[in-house]
Design a protein around this ligand. Structure first.
Ligand code: ADP
Ligand code: MG
Length: 463
């Protein structure tokens, strides 16, 4: 390991650390090892491919910004996947900015430069129709997107506006249209941009007296894809420019595809009427949150893409806890895969539960009085109904007192409420029970042990 790569990486980490949570840092940065710096390329050793993808998706800018602060010149990052015998292997390198595991591919420049290459459509090869899992929530949008990709500008779906909540696949579908149309030579020129980028470029062109040049760039475009047009809200000048380009292309029968996080009716007042009415002339489709089967199918497909077979039980567990956002679904899966490979454990429900808890998707359910009654009754070999009975038999009274004590200690219920749940006893009875157990706790080692066992059993049912 070269010393300079160590030094650089250490400084980079010092900059990154305060910017992200401790947990993310430990999960994603601790396992990375700098190998060398050569030809302006810093090689990092990573445990597996998910790391490069995850880091690419989440920490790309943070890493490059930090690198920029530490070294003067442009430095790129390359990954080496650590093989299971602890040695690095060369066929698994990827680089930030591109999702690949081929060593042959050229290293892409860092994103700031990348963004400036307007001629190159910024499409992610992973966002294809093949990798898009269909379900009732997105079937229609998918079908229409496919039709548009097959015959851009020649369907009634022009413009096509796809809207839906965050992380539901709008960008994926919009890019799939672009990829398909390019790959199958349905279009020659494609322009893919974010509404925000469109605005930035437009403003720059005005500032630099190159406005005409900016507009002319769209002249030859056969397929214009603009992502996240909600960004145009209240940006009047940009809207006017966009309207102009939109009309220019639309009149020539060129295809326009737009995405938005809300339906056009919610643009009222914030985006010019003349523009929104253009949207309505084509087709507006929405993508809804996926149902359970689709979520499971997505998880299984993503896992299988990563070369991992996911148990149905495990997939269900993740899908049951993450319901509204496919990006988060994928994020949780990546965490699971990363944990399992770093810690060399199987992907089972225990691991998944742990990850979901760490990611705050897994809420412990609140403990109910009935839960505690069941655990205590079970421990003493009696039926839990007996705890709520009127009986004063000694073999029931003692477990009942223990149960009351535990309820008081482990929940926020008042003495009165506890009494009601134990067959309508009054609060002084509950108080007496608690005091008796406390007394035994002070004087009796067996009681202490029993209570600790019971508490542990109770904690299991909360999971
Ligand atoms: P949006 O643009 O709606 O916020 P994205 O298109 O960026 O969401 O999707 C978020 C992530 O979820 C992406 O990684 C995407 O590939 C994935 N994804 C979304 N929908 C699907 C789907 N139906 N099948 C497979 N992956 C999907
Ligand atoms: Mg998007």
């Amino acid at each position: 390991m070269s010393r300079s790569s160590d030094r650089i990486w250490e400084k980079v980490l010092t900059i990154i650390k305060p910017q992200i949570s401790e947990q993310s840092f430990t999960t994603w940065f601790d396992p990375l090892r700098p190998l060398e710096i050569e030809n302006k390329t810093l090689t990092l050793e990573i445990p597996n491919k998910f790391f490069s993808e995850w880091i690419d998706e989440h920490y790309h800018d943070i890493i490059y910004d930090a690198l920029e602060d530490v070294v003067d010149s442009d430095v790129r990052i390359k990954y080496y996947i650590r093989s299971s015998n602890g040695q690095s292997k060369g066929n698994g390198n990827g680089n930030i900015g591109i999702k690949t595991d081929s060593a042959e591919r050229p290293i892409l420049p860092k994103p700031k430069e990348y963004f400036m290459q307007k001629e190159q459509p910024l499409l992610n090869r992973q966002y294809s129709f093949e990798t898009f899992v269909e379900g009732p929530s997105n079937q229609f949008a998918h079908a229409v997107a496919y039709a548009v990709a097959e015959k851009p500008g020649k369907t009634n779906f022009n413009p096509l506006l796809i809207w839906g909540g965050v992380g539901l696949g709008k960008t994926h579908l919009a890019q799939a249209i672009g990829l398909f149309a390019l790959q199958n030579k349905r279009v020659k020129q494609l322009s893919y941009t974010w509404a925000k980028q469109f605005m930035v470029d437009f403003i720059n062109s005005v500032r630099n007296n190159k406005r005409e040049e900016f507009t002319n760039k769209f002249d030859k475009v056969d397929l214009l894809i603009v992502d996240d047009i909600e960004f145009f809200i209240n940006k009047t000048e940009t809207q006017a420019e966009f309207f102009h380009i939109f009309n220019m292309l639309h009149q020539q029968g060129k295809q326009i595809v737009l995405t938005s996080d809300r339906p056009p009716r919610e643009f009222a007042g914030a985006i010019q009427e003349r523009l929104t009415s253009r949207f309505q002339n084509g087709l507006v489709v929405d993508i809804k949150p996926p149902d359970l089967e689709t979520r499971v199918a997505i998880l299984q497909q993503k896992a299988s893409d990563a070369g991992v077979e996911l148990d149905a039980e495990v997939a269900l567990m993740i899908a049951n806890h993450i319901t509204r956002n496919i990006r988060e679904l994928q994020g949780a899966l990546n965490h699971v895969l990363a944990y399992s490979s770093v810690m060399k454990t199987d992907i089972d429900c225990i691991l998944v539960k742990r990850v979901l808890k760490d990611l705050k998707y897994y809420e412990s359910k609140p403990l109910s009085i009935e839960d505690i009654q069941r655990v205590v009754a079970n421990h003493f070999g009696i039926n839990d109904n007996m705890l709520r009975d009127k009986t004063r038999k000694r073999e029931i009274v003692y477990p009942r007192q223990v149960a009351m004590f535990l309820v008081k200690e482990l929940t926020n219920h008042s003495l009165k409420a506890i009494g009601l749940h134990f067959g309508g006893r009054d609060h002084s009875t509950v108080l007496h029970a608690i005091k008796s157990v406390e007394l035994m706790l002070e004087n009796n080692e067996d009681t202490r042990e029993m209570l600790s066992t019971l508490k542990q059993s109770v904690s299991y049912i909360r999971e």
